[in-house]
Design a protein around this ligand. Sequence first.
Ligand code: NAD
Length: 319
Amino acid sequence: MAKAKLVTYTVVYVPPYPIRNVYAVGVVEDERGEKIPVRIEQKYAPHLRAGLEGEVVRRWTPFGEIDFFVPKVEEKPARKVALVTGASRGIGRATVLKLASIGYDIALNDLELTDEGKEAIKQIESMGRKAIFVKADVSKFEEVQDMVNRVIEELGRVDVLVNNAGINIDRLLVNMTPEQWQKVIDVDLTGVFNCTRAVLPHMIRQGGGRIINVSSMSALNGAIGQANYAAAKGGIISFTKVVAREYAKYNILCNAIAPGAVRTRMTLSMPPGLLRERVANIPLGRMAEPEEVAELIAFLAETTYITGQVISINAGEYV
Ligand code: NAD
């Protein structure tokens, strides 16, 4: 290990197979004035400037031994920011509270700021974190772009996007109108595209990010009465895999979760008889609390190696 200063650098994009990578190369000067060509990991890209101090470390790579420059910088941003859609109640609300408790500033999205949402913002502020409400209908791309621009202006970055907003309009397929089909696809699937598409350029520029998409057990088990919802939630799983593979090279990890029955307004609006029958079939004998799902989302917000996965949280209702 030798102390050195960065003289010059450039960021390199290598898209074709099998390399598919983004990194920086540069020249550093060591304490004896010797110039050394180096590679620099992509995560340091936002910090690079001539004169930056650090160390040269020789590392083994699949392409042989290479000198890496490891700059002396704070690797984690001082503040982390999460944007959670549909966050004024239910799973989204539990998620913003959990993420704030582990150090995130929060952009809380929904169609309206409800009393429950206002209360969540107060709680987040009492934890010493920032919280803003960003109104947008996730199914409308322009509204979503304005929302993301506001988050960047007011909170500076987006480290985590939780695509949580969702609706259901359950009918047997023979009774489902084209409007009922389209509405659920627009919010539950196109909404995920809109938010991810709007946030990705910022995550690429800032050197990484995490995207967690809230799918559903319905995508896996063919839930009766949910052709529109299950199709949208299944689409989310395929979408997640593509995003994971396209953007891993930018340190952007994307995963989906597939909850079973969670005790929120969405589930409690089921006819009581059907709900009782459903809970009776859950091996653990109860619905999940929104906080239990929020724990999983927070875990995926902090992961450094899981991507492209769909993680079930259903107490064994579907295995
Ligand atoms: P919920 O109805 O309590 O919350 C959904 C939130 O999304 C609401 O605050 C609503 O206003 C918001 N929303 C709806 N349409 C929106 C839009 N167009 N733009 C922005 N916000 C919008 O339901 P929940 O159970 O907390 O659901 C959260 C997510 O979890 C949904 O994607 C849902 O499909 C999924 N999910 C829920 C369960 C469950 O059992 N509750 C199971 C599996 C998956």
